[in-house]
Design a protein around this ligand. Structure first.
Ligand code: IVH
Length: 656
């Protein structure tokens, strides 16, 4: 029996390898299924036999409560990003100062997320995300469901393998088609889909997403007698991994590098997966050693990102939305288009002036841009394509939600109705947000639904949701587990330090940083509520405008009553000095370029809430530059001064 069991595992693993890694199946689906079912029936009968590398581990099944944190044996670094030819030349020049005639490997930059796999004696023991590079999350259960990852290597060695976890275009389209059928929100791009899938606590969901893995790096390669990066890739292939050996190439100078980049960019569309650039690495490992690392990144490699792509589409509608402060924003809704790997169908048009300046009209052909992973933007209106009369843009004069007449302040229009449902929903969304009460699990949709169903109207209603637990659990799309998680997150938020609550109230002009200063100053909500304009205005960072706004907020009895009710419901109303959210105390940040998911205001709030400062210009005093797409001259200046640059992911990691 044991013999047959072992034989079946070998047969199935070999068949999977041939199918998923070599792309050369040798047995039929029927044969595969027969072996698999036979194996399964042995394991059901004799569970004690089950081996760690049994292919039955791939279907998932374990549901975790949370992901365990794991510390990487060697930090998982990433490369600096560059965006143009001059920067490639500068990279090559830097290299040549230390390695006069380098050979580079030029590899497609897979657009997924990096993962680390640990094998002991050839058996897969642990899979982890990169996390902040030092500490990641243990995602072994989900990793095992990725069919192109061998559960057992061809050699019985101890090794760590790094590579990209990604979702192919085909799996992405399939997943989105299914989500669309189920009325679920679509994944924005394959990278998000892959990242969301490996972070599923239920490994069956991860298994259903059909992820892939491309191996590209071995830490400490000399342990295995490897002399070059190309050797590493060859070795990975021998061990049973998928590598990009057909597309990886060598270059000896900038001209050759550019030729490969041009080639990869020309076939990009036809590849079965997304790539967002090209990774350049010095091939010889001895040379890599000579080049070493800066404080943050290896000097021996760099990531070149493809330039922004513009795509044409047609403007279907201009939809006006109402924010928490009542600000009205026109949004362009257009026919969905794939731009740099994401399916986009809307972009902000900011305000009336912006629309008039661009002269956007429903029916216009517009060009949409999204450099790599940036927020979509309407670049221009193709007026030459306007072949019929189109209605010029006209700003609305009443609120699209409550019909109240709008008022105009500077460039923006506002709905002045405090009771406007749209404004209230946005206030509730703000209340639970990351820098406010940080209640995990409440997407905008849930809040809107709960609002419309009458469960949530005021802040205090979050803390009364428990009463409706039974009803909520039975709502479509919710189950006991998700409602329990929500309720637990709500309960936990009661013990937040005061500054979170002050920020969550959404008092005009009181951002996260001001909330922190106020909270530190007054120590309790009561003292804050009873403060006078004179007391407020002398506090560092609280100017006349903020002081006046706070006073007017507390002049409204309803606001005071709501805070008192929150107190009765058990929310902490004091400043807790022991919360270590001051991790960025004294650090100065400069933000430049457009970040993929965060707005500038959000990034600023995050920094300030942790005690840091945001400055508008780069100087020697700058500690970090947060780099978005199209960063401009601040990037050059920062490079000149040797300032640490962070991309959005690295920036977010500072807060984990
Ligand atoms: S090598 C020290 N090779 O792009 C970094 N990375 O900064 C070693 N990536 O976050 C990584 N394709 O997730 C390497 N062929 C490739 C890659 C690649 C994609 C990702 C990786 C990393 C970023 C580079």
């Amino acid at each position: 029996m044991l013999e047959r069991y072992n034989e079946l595992i070998d047969l199935i693993n070999k068949a999977s390898y041939e199918y998923y890694v070599l792309d050369m199946p040798t047995i039929t689906d029927q044969e595969y299924d027969d072996y698999y079912n036979e194996l399964l029936s042995i394991e059901t009968k004799y569970p004690e036999l089950k081996r760690e590398d049994s292919p039955t581990n791939r279907v998932g099944g374990k549901v975790l409560d949370k992901f365990e944190k794991v510390t990487h044996k060697t930090p998982m670094l990433s490369f600096d990003d560059i965006f143009n030819e001059e920067e490639i030349e500068a990279f090559d020049e830097r290299i040549r100062k230390i390695v006069p005639s380098p050979t580079y490997t030029v590899e497609p930059k897979m657009d997924g997320l990096s993962g680390s796999l640990i094998y002991e004696k050839g058996i897969l023991k642990r899979g982890a995300t990169r996390g902040d590079g030092v500490v990641g999350e243990n995602i072994t259960e989900n990793i095992k469901t990725i069919k192109s990852i061998p559960l057992k290597l061809t050699k019985e060695i101890d090794i760590e393998v790094r590579g990209e976890i990604y979702m192919s275009k085909a799996s992405f389209n399939k997943a989105n088609a299914e989500r669309s059928r189920n009325g679920e929100a679509l994944f924005a791009n394959p990278r998000n889909a892959a990242a969301g899938s490996v972070r599923q606590l239920d490994s069956r969901i991860a298994a259903s997403r059909n992820l892939d893995f491309m191996a590209y790096f071995i830490p400490n390669p000399e342990t295995y007698g490897l002399k070059t990066q190309s050797d590493s890739l060859k070795f990975l292939k021998e061990l049973g991994f998928v590598t990009n050996y057909k597309l990886n190439s060598h270059a000896h100078n900038v001209k050759e590098i550019n030729e490969h980049i041009e080639y990869l960019s020309s076939i990009r569309q036809s590849l079965p997966y997304e790539i967002d650039g090209v990774v350049l690495k010095v091939d010889n490992l001895k040379d890599e050693e000579k080049l070493g690392f800066t404080a943050r990144v290896p000097r021996w490699g760099i990531a070149y990102k493809f330039p922004a792509v513009e795509v044409l589409t047609v403007l279907k509608e201009i939809k006006f939305t109402v924010g928490r402060t009542g600000k009205i924003t026109p949004n362009a809704l257009f026919f969905p288009v794939h731009v740099a790997g994401s399916l986009i169908s809307k972009a902000t048009l900011h305000n009336e002036d912006y629309c008039l300046e661009k002269d956007v009209r429903v029916g216009d052909t517009i060009s949409i841009r999204k450099a790599g992973d940036v927020i979509p933007e309407v670049v221009e209106v193709k007026k030459e394509r306007r072949d019929k009369e189109l209605e010029p843009f006209k700003m609305i004069d009443s609120c699209p939600m409550c019909n109240t007449a709008l008022i105009k302040k500077d460039a923006n229009h506002y709905c002045p109705n405090n009771k406007c449902p749209a404004r209230n929903i946005e206030k509730l969304v703000h209340f639970v947000s990351r820098n406010a009460m940080n209640i995990d699990g409440f997407g905008d949709r849930i809040i809107e639904d709960f609002y419309n169903m009458g469960f949530l109207r005021k802040f205090e209603d979050f803390y009364k949701l428990e009463i409706n637990k039974e009803t909520l659990m039975n709502l479509e799309g919710f189950g006991e587990k998700s409602i329990n998680n929500l309720l637990e997150a709500i309960e936990n938020s009661k013990s937040n330090s005061l500054e979170r609550l002050i920020f969550a109230l959404g008092i005009r002009y009181v951002g996260a940083k001001t909330a922190k200063i106020i909270s530190k100053h007054f120590k309790s909500m009561e003292a804050f509520m009873n403060s006078t304009y004179e007391e407020l205005v002398v506090i560092d960072d609280v100017g006349e405008k903020i002081a006046a706004s706070i006073v007017s907020y507390f002049e409204n009895e309803d606001n005071k009553l709501e805070i008192n009710r929150l107190k009765e419901l058990g929310l902490n109303m004091n400043y807790l000095d022991n919360n270590n959210s001051n991790t960025l105390e004294g650090k100065t940040f400069v933000l430049t370029g457009t970040l993929p998911t965060l707005t500038r205001d959000e990034a600023k709030e995050m920094i300030e809430a942790s005690g840091g400062n945001v400055s508008s210009s780069v100087s020697k005093k700058t500690d970090y530059i947060v780099l978005g797409e199209n960063p401009g001259s601040k990037y050059d200046k920062g490079k000149e001064l040797g300032i640490t640059m962070l991309n959005e992911e690295e920036f977010k990691n500072l807060f984990e």
